[in-house]
Design a protein around this ligand. Structure first.
Ligand SMILES: Cc1cc2nc3c(=O)[nH]c(=O)nc-3n(C[C@H](O)[C@H](O)[C@H](O)COP(=O)(O)OP(=O)(O)OC[C@H]3O[C@@H](n4cnc5c(N)ncnc54)[C@H](O)[C@@H]3O)c2cc1C
Length: 555
């Protein structure tokens, strides 16, 4: 039920969850489902319909605008959190992400047994995300046509059956608002910012958390038996940095807090020219029996990655660069022109997604117009049909991939980053502003290049195809550094570790030095893998809800 501040007064909740993004909503809803006799308070900073300009985003300094999006492009504040604009790509972490490799410099502070403990929650998480019934490999989908991704392809170090699945995309605030409004044991309060934790007792228990109203004019203390902070990576980290007293029973603030910040390297440095029949290239989305979209990608054999000490990376078939009219496609030029049109472009996609298409360039417009005219009527009806499937249907077409008669596709990489101590979120001297330091290391960049070479060799060996680079070998590192921009997939700053000296939370997401404070955020993931983080966050949220319930039963 949606409540007001007055209704919180005098209550002691069984569970208080801070933040209503996918992480917070899933842990609150699952806990309430498992414990119908208990009271859950879900407190959200933003408002029910979303919050525009706000103090949290204004209080962030991004020191690397080349490789990190501006704060307002990275998260949303409001009921449902950043799911208000997320793309909906659901990817499971891989077992290799839990295996230490030399180049991670001891940064892999979780282990493969934790991945196995998470597996039982995958199907239930998929139901919340509305992305089909589990299965992140083509062979898991009974109705799929299981053949090679392109004629002549054969798996070796490179595989072609791993899948990404697609959510509606589910906007958690919109999708679950009625459920919360009707819920008897979840109380939802919006417009309040979590600020200060109460003292940690000798028994390592925190009894209260203070909130401040959005306008800054009122304060409120919430009492609860358990607290879960699910405020997104940035704000979960900032809240802990602002509250060193939380760590008093641990012996001080963890060295890892705020450090090892990771995202993904992402971009395009090459095309693939397949040599076989273009009609046999599996470039597009498939749909499973639930109607959910999925798409296959190139990945790399885990044993090979460990042996060669390379970073986990996915590479998928993509369209050529939209902004470069030499692609000759009228449909692509029409979509590019729509994206760079002021007002219209902003309505079609959130800034981070729009940037991935336009690259921020307004480029050779007359050539684009010529492409559109030359390609009529397809230049207009293809975008129109895409527009209908992408904006007018409940389950939206997640992206646009166009058939290429010449069997040539751009390759898009999405790569793991090394957990690097210097990549970090720190508080400025005012104790409020969050400064973000984020850079790519040489090792990150070299791994991307090396894995493109591995893919090229594999394709050539089988006579399946070859890579055509867009840059000379010498230009590649700089090109990758210039094109790669993240900040929307945030992880690493409150990492899991089995020893308090190495991390911030234990494997059950409990903050070291406390017994009743847990985090539910991808900030707890020590490695970033190739996967977008939100699906795995959902898996952890369900596992946390179960863990808290079982703890309650035994206490
Ligand atoms: C444009 C874009 C596209 C994306 N696409 C994908 C994708 O395709 N696949 C994918 O896996 N991920 C994607 N992401 C990332 C994804 O949105 C996040 O991983 C996900 O939303 C994180 O969920 P969360 O619950 O941890 O945090 P959030 O969704 O950010 O929610 C946190 C909530 O906590 C609230 N809050 C913050 N501080 C406080 C406080 N002090 N007190 C009270 N409340 C507070 C915030 O207002 C917010 O509502 C995308 C992100 C962006 C920006």
């Amino acid at each position: 039920m949606i409540i007001s501040q007055e209704q919180v007064f005098g209550q002691v909740y069984d569970l208080c969850v801070v933040g209503s993004g996918p992480g917070g909503l899933m842990v609150a809803m699952e806990y309430a489902r498992l414990n119908p006799d208990q009271k859950v308070l879900l407190v959200e900073y933003g408002e029910l319909g979303g919050t525009g300009k706000n103090g949290l985003d204004d209080g962030i300094i991004n020191h690397n605008p080349t490789n990190h999006h501006d704060p307002y492009e990275c998260t949303n504040k409001g009921f449902g959190g950043t799911s208000a604009t997320w793309g909906g790509r659901c990817v499971l972490y891989d077992p290799v992400d839990f295996i230490d490799r030399p180049s991670l410099n001891g940064g892999c502070t979780w282990d493969p047994s934790l991945f196995e403990e998470c597996r039982p929650y995958v199907d239930a998480a998929a139901a919340y995300f509305e992305c089909g019934r589990g299965g992140f490999d083509l062979r898991d989908i009974k109705e799929a046509r299981v053949g090679p991704i392109a004629q002549g392809f054969s798996s070796d170090e490179v595989t072609d059956s791993a899948l990404e699945r697609w959510s509606m995309p589910t906007r958690f605030g919109v999708r679950y608002r009625d459920d919360l409004a009707k819920s008897k044991n979840i109380h939802l309060l919006t417009g309040w910012e979590a600020r200060d934790f109460g003292e940690v007792s000798d028994a390592q228990i925190i009894e209260s958390l203070d909130f401040r109203s959005l306008d800054g004019g009122r304060n409120m203390t919430v009492r609860a038996r358990d607290f879960v902070v699910a405020a997104g990576t940035q704000e979960t980290t900032r809240l802990l940095l602002r509250n060193p007293r939380v760590f008093v029973r641990r012996g001080g603030v963890p060295t890892a807090l705020g450090c090892y910040y990771q995202g993904h390297l992402s971009g395009k440095i090459a095309s693939v020219q397949f040599h076989g029949d273009p009609r046999q290239t599996d470039y597009d989305f498939g749909r499973d029996s639930d109607g959910c979209y999925y798409r296959r990608r190139f990945q790399f054999d885990p044993e090979f990655l460990v042996r060669e000490d390379l970073l986990n990376t996915a590479i998928w078939l993509d369209n050529p660069l939209y902004h470069d009219p030499s692609h000759g496609s009228g449909a692509m030029s029409a979509m590019y022109l729509a994206m760079v049109t002021p007002v219209l472009g902003k309505r079609l996609a959130p800034p981070a997604i729009a940037h991935s298409i336009t690259k921020g360039r307004v480029n050779r417009l007359p050539r684009h117009v010529w492409n559109v005219l030359k390609g009529l009527p397809g230049s207009l009806w293809i975008p129109a049909s895409i527009f209908f499937r992408r904006y007018c249907l409940k389950r939206k077409l997640p992206g646009i991939f166009l058939y290429n008669r010449k069997n040539r596709y751009a390759l898009h990489f999405h790569a793991e980053q090394i957990p690097h101590f210097e990549n970090r979120m720190v508080l400025a001297p005012d104790g409020e502003t969050l400064e973000i330091h984020y850079h790519l290391t040489d090792r990150d960049v070299e791994s991307v290049i090396r894995l493109h070479e591995v893919l090229d060799q594999s394709l050539q060996k089988n006579g399946c195809g070859e890579l055509r680079y867009w840059f000379s070998r010498e230009e590649l590192p700089e090109a990758i550094r210039a094109m790669s921009r993240d900040g929307i997939h945030q992880s690493g700053t409150t990492r899991i570790a089995d020893e308090p000296e190495k991390g911030v939370v234990d494997r059950n997401l409990r903050v070291w030095g406390t017994r009743n404070l847990h985090l539910c955020s991808s900030s707890a993931f020590p490695t970033s893998g190739q996967a977008n983080p939100t699906f795995m966050l959902g898996v952890f949220a369900l596992r946390l809800a179960r863990h808290l319930s079982e703890r309650h039963e035994t206490s």
